[in-house]
Design a protein around this ligand. Structure first.
Ligand SMILES: *Cc1c(COP(=O)(O)O)cnc(C)c1O
Length: 463
């Protein structure tokens, strides 16, 4: 399968090349040239499949020619081996027509493990075959860093360096990263904010001369295609469990960078009968403003009780725009240039199409806490603050939707105790496997907020 850039000027790549790249050379993001599609009969045949089998079926068309069936099976088996629930992504019913899809049974208690466990094992396999070593460099405001470290800690051919803003991530999130003492894992606490960290990373990807000879950087944020691909799987898995292809399912997705919900959009394009995709945002509502009133403008960052969705600009939205503009790279270049000035306005046709696919909803902290209390009072179930925003959005749309609504539960409530406490509920306890998190030794270095300081640390410490 070939992959093309959303900005139309970078060369097409195959699956292996696309996994080992960051942004395309023209500044765009890679997407498949053509999507595979599944018939109703093929979807019906997944009825008794386990998670790993669904993963194999959904991902196989993307990797043909790069991975054999046995190789793909082995990578999938390793990726989901450390999940703590036999169903991998279990569904819990929280109302007559409403389910929570629990995506937090992986090693770091957030849905990012689905993609990053897979990506770690995939990279390890590809690099061993190529006889190549790479440097993974990323910035995190919380969940991505720990999931990436867990995904790469056992990969012989990877040295991973994760930047986080010093003293600005929660203690659970920091300890999940800094207590991993593997030789190839490096935590860099930068004395700046998340945007500063991300700028250092972006800058380093553009000019990689600081690396030792023969090394290259690999991106593990959601611009990496393999992450999106691995996330398509749970839409099919949940859909089939709730009656696909015989009835349509709606999905409500707590959204930050638009990666997770973009995977839902792809599942629909690939044949899964999806009635509606609900974009649920917190006060950082650029996507809600865009869908509801064609206002796609940058606003100052708001710190909320759902910090993993505190994002000003959703990078994966460009992948959707590419489709809404009939895959015209020149149009996307023009739009993104416009957006660099602060805002962009979508064409009437693009807006109409977007509104057929998506609805959107914005929820502030107060209303989110109310939903955590409501659901717990009615069912005894505790939601994490991100998931609660998705459930709130689902409830706002419920009168219009006749079939089941699956709300993606993106994190375990024990990972975000502040919100649960503020809702007046007892905080959930961490799973046993993590009970010694607060006693474990930590390892990280504090670096000044300077490109050169980070780059020389990386160059000196890759093996
Ligand atoms: C990353 C994250 C999100 C947002 O996911 P996107 O793919 O960026 O939209 C939501 N909830 C949690 C808990 C996360 O870690």
């Amino acid at each position: 399968m070939q992959f093309v850039s959303t900005r139309g000027q970078a060369p097409a790549l195959n699956f292996e090349e696309v996994v080992l790249t960051g942004l395309a050379a023209d500044g765009g993001l890679y997407v498949p040239k053509e999507l595979p599609s599944f018939s109703s009969a093929e979807i019906a045949a997944l009825a008794n499949a386990d998670y790993q089998q669904v993963a194999f079926t959904v991902m196989r068309p993307f990797v043909v020619g790069v991975l054999s069936d046995d190789e793909l099976t082995a990578i999938i088996d390793k990726a989901y081996r450390e999940f703590r629930h036999p169903a991998i992504a279990p569904l819990i019913q929280t109302d007559r027509n409403e389910w929570v899809l629990e995506l937090f049974h992986g090693p770091t208690l957030a849905f990012k493990d689905f993609a990053l466990q897979f990506l770690g094992h995939l990279l390890d396999f590809l690099l061993a075959r190529r006889g190549q070593r790479v440097v993974v460099l990323g910035a995190t405001s919380g969940d991505t860093g720990s999931a990436a470290i867990e995904g790469c800690r056992r990969c012989d051919n990877i040295d991973i360096f994760i930047l986080h803003p010093h003293e600005r991530v929660s203690e659970v999130q920091r300890r999940q990263m800094t207590t991993v003492l593997a030789d190839n894992v490096h935590n860099l606490a930068v004395t700046g904010n998340f945007d500063d960290c991300q700028n250092i990373v972006k800058h380093s990807f553009r000019n990689q001369d600081f690396l030792p000879d023969g090394r290259q950087l690999v991106a593990v944020n959601s611009i990496n295609w393999a992450r999106i691909m691995a996330q398509i799987v749970y839409y099919f898995y949940a859909g089939v469990a709730l009656g696909s292809p015989h009835r349509e399912i709606a999905f409500s997705v707590p959204t930050g960078n638009f990666g997770d919900i973009f995977a839902g959009y792809l599942a629909k394009q690939m044949g899964l009968p999806v009635s509606e995709l609900i974009i649920a945002t917190n006060a950082n509502d650029i996507l809600h403003r865009c869908i509801s009133s064609n206002d796609h403008s940058k606003k100052p960052l708001h710190h909320s009780l759902s910090p993993s969705m505190d994002i000003m600009v959703s990078s994966n939205f460009e992948r959707l725009l590419f489709d809404l503009y009939n895959r015209d790279g020149a149009e996307i270049r023009r739009l993104m240039d416009e957006f660099d000035q602060g805002e962009m306005t979508l064409s009437a046709t693009a807006m109409d199409q977007a509104r057929v696919l998506f609805s959107s909803f914005r929820q502030d902290d107060e209303a989110m806490l109310k939903v955590i209390r409501e659901v717990c009072a009615a069912t005894g179930y505790t939601l994490d603050p991100h998931t609660a925003i998705g459930v709130a959005a689902a409830r706002a749309r419920a009168a219009e939707i006749s079939g089941p609504i699956a709300c993606l539960a993106t994190a375990h409530p024990a990972k975000f105790p502040t919100a649960v406490e503020q809702a007046g509920l007892p905080t959930a306890s961490l799973p046993n496997s993590m009970s010694n998190l607060f006693e474990s030794e930590e390892r990280f270095v504090v670096l000044p907020n300077e490109v050169s300081a980070v780059q020389s640390h990386v160059a000196a410490h890759c093996r």
